[in-house]
Write a protein that binds this ligand. Structure first.
Ligand SMILES: [Zn+2]
Length: 89
């Protein structure tokens, strides 16, 4: 199954080739709340090898209080953070 997500201008796309995510979580940490502006988020995690990022971006890494690293994509065009990924320790 192919899943495609994009920003509104379609200048950046995330394409996932996988039947289902490895993990789906609901998070209510302050990092997610600040990033989205809502009380909780639902996050799907796929293997990195199954994800293709198309478009100009940079990866910004944030160390979380609980020890994991949160990788966020910074879109150069809009200077905004999108599509975070997390890698557990
Ligand atoms: Zn969170």
């Amino acid at each position: 199954m192919t899943r495609t997500a994009s920003c509104q201008c379609r200048g950046f796309r995330v394409i996932v080739e996988a039947e289902q995510p490895n993990t789906v979580t609901i998070c209510h940490c302050q990092i997610c709340q600040r990033r989205t502006g809502v009380p909780l988020t639902c996050n799907a995690y796929f293997p990195k090898s199954k994800v293709l990022l198309e478009g100009e971006h940079r990866i910004y890494t944030q160390n979380c209080p609980e020890g994991r690293k949160l990788h966020k994509l910074l879109l150069r065009k809009f200077r905004s953070l999108k599509h975070p990924t997390a890698i557990p320790n």
